[in-house]
Design a protein around this ligand. Structure first.
Ligand code: V47
Length: 398
């Protein structure tokens, strides 16, 4: 995997060449959608359904890649980051989740919690390796106090001043607010004051309450998930959105999920990226034999890229996809590859066989091999430049 040694066609020489305003030609099946996109039109619910039913997956990919390149040229972003999963003790028992343990009540092994010194040590290690972002999530811990979360952020901020802090999914924020009996607006404001920069996109699952009742009973409702992100955006925080697919959901539920996200983005403009998450079936209680096939994973990328016309990025998350499909996703509408991802636990406990962490050079080469131009970004998608002075010698370019 060496970009310099890659075949000439894979070298990113056309970096900044703007993509043609004309979408590529399509066969009869996708022609009406192509015409709509060519006119600058917005896809409707029935178009989303047609994309999920389309047989011409290659055509769909070409449309989505054209759409992504209209936004970003051949630039493909990547981030040097690490994950801190501070505890897997959780008061909920989502059927799809392989990560959680019930503190004191679980017969399974593997429950753990980190004290703040351990969290700080982990953050310092990630920072010293050159990470510009840390992604922090955990379960709904039964007895950590409110201050555990605010001190976690302020302590990391103090020790790792340049590190972008992307932390806590919507349900964690509801939980953290409940510890102090305050509203989520106030809780988010306190977390922001302690150093929070952005929220990860987890917990959206499928924004459909009857289905949520089956796969993650007791979690926030669809409206609550959206409302939390709305509130965060209004406070100036940025966030991501995900969709957990490949379990019991129907194509109509997926399309409605995407349209709800698009509606909120029209309102606030606060989302940075969308990440389709493929369901991993091991070590949990949801009775699904296997997750989505590679073809279905690529379709999820293309459909979401085309429907979420107001999202800057669709993110290829290699930990979940595996490196081969993650590269292919860059040809199906993804414009971001996450990341060096040091120390991920949620997917590895659900059976992911991908490695624990990649080097930034590997990510760079994986992107270049697909014909993309690798651009290192920070947690807010600002371009990073690195100097000769070691892993901490980096700065935001703008
Ligand atoms: O919310 C849990 C999912 C999510 C399983 O925002 C599972 O940049 C599949 O949100 N099979 C957490 N999925 C991960 C997440 C994420 C990942 C990467 C980047 C970002 C970002 C966010 O993982 C959970 C849930 O939807 N999940 N268990 C499972 N068995």
């Amino acid at each position: 995997m060496n970009a310099a040694a890659a075949a000439p066609w894979a070298r990113p020489t056309e970096a900044t060449k703007p993509e043609s305003a004309e979408p590529p030609p399509m066969g009869a099946e996708l022609a009406p959608i192509r015409e709509k996109l060519a006119r600058g039109g917005r896809l409707a619910r029935e178009d989303g359904m047609a994309l999920y039913a389309a047989k011409d997956l290659l055509g769909l990919g070409r449309l989505a890649r054209w759409f992504a390149r209209r936004k970003h040229g051949r630039n493909v972003y990547y981030v040097s980051n690490g994950h801190i999963n501070y505890s897997n003790y959780c008061t909920l028992s989502c059927a799809f989740c392989s990560f959680y343990r019930r503190k004191g009540k679980d017969r399974r092994e593997g429950g753990y919690e980190m004290n703040l010194e351990q969290v700080f040590a982990e953050a310092e290690k990630i920072y010293a390796q050159g990470a510009t972002e840390v992604h922090i999530v955990g379960g709904l811990h039964p007895d950590f106090p409110f201050e555990y979360y605010t001190h976690m952020l302020s302590g990391i901020r103090e020790r790792c001043p340049k590190l972008g802090l992307k932390a806590f999914t919507a349900i964690e924020v509801y939980h953290i607010a409940s510890l102090k009996r305050i509203g989520v607006r106030e809780a988010l404001a306190e977390l922001k004051a302690a150093g929070l920069d952005s929220l990860p996109g987890g917990g959206a699952e499928i924004l459909d309450d009857p289905l949520r009742d089956v796969i993650c009973r007791g979690k926030e409702t669809a409206a609550e998930w959206l409302d939390l992100h709305r509130t965060a955006h209004r406070l100036g925080l940025r966030s991501n959105a995900t969709m957990l697919h490949g379990h019991y959901e129907t194509p109509a539920q997926r399309v409605d999920h995407l349209l709800q996200l698009r509606g909120l983005q029209d309102e606030t403009g606060g989302f940075l990226a969308f990440i389709p998450l493929s369901y991993h079936p091991e070590h949990n209680s949801l009775k699904v034999e296997h997750g989505p096939s590679g073809m279905e994973e690529l379709r999820a990328y293309a459909v979401s890229r085309l429907l979420l016309d107001n999202f800057p990025h669709v993110k290829s998350y290699w930990v979940m996809l595996g490196l081969a499909v993650a590269q292919m996703a860059l040809h199906y509408g993804a414009s971001d590859m996450d990341g060096t991802v040091l120390q991920e636990k949620i997917y590895h406990m659900a059976g992911a066989e991908t490695p624990q962490g990649l080097k930034a050079e590997d990510l760079h080469d994986l992107i270049a091999e697909t014909g993309g131009v690798p651009v290192e970004r920070d947690h807010l998608y600002r371009r990073i430049s690195r100097g000769p002075g070691g892993p901490l010698d980096w700065k935001v370019e703008e």
